[in-house]
Design a protein. Sequence first.
Length: 158
Amino acid sequence: MAKKKKQEKRNYAPTISNRKARYEFKFVDTFEAGIVLSGTEIKSIRLGKANIAESYCYFRGDELFIKDMHINPYEFGSINNLDPTRDRKLLLSRKELDKLRAKSEEKGLTIIVTKLYFNKRNICKLQIALAQGKKLYDKREDIKSRDIKRVIDRELRL
């Protein structure tokens, strides 16, 4: 008899991305980090009630924290709901933290959040990037190249 294939459990949790970050910054390096959350915060993220648009990362001692990440309070939660904009600790290996600290101390580099998602094991992860701010003329070049690419793709489809 043939063995039945195992059905994979589908992940319906949303991916929350920071679309403005790619426009404002040039990414030098990206990392995947875990995040310390409470139970009601996880439930709110699964409902898509989080905002990472204005968030950034900073070092406090030897640990990396995220600031200004807004997670709406869980509507069915009680006193377990925490402050929506509190600082949250990020989980990275010591080697990655040392690399980030060394590079972020260079002039013009910052650590920003690009994506909040759930991985295959249903664990909440953050994609963070070491980024350098773009100048106005860089942004214009990006818009121009995107428009040219769109026109070329449109012509090729016809």
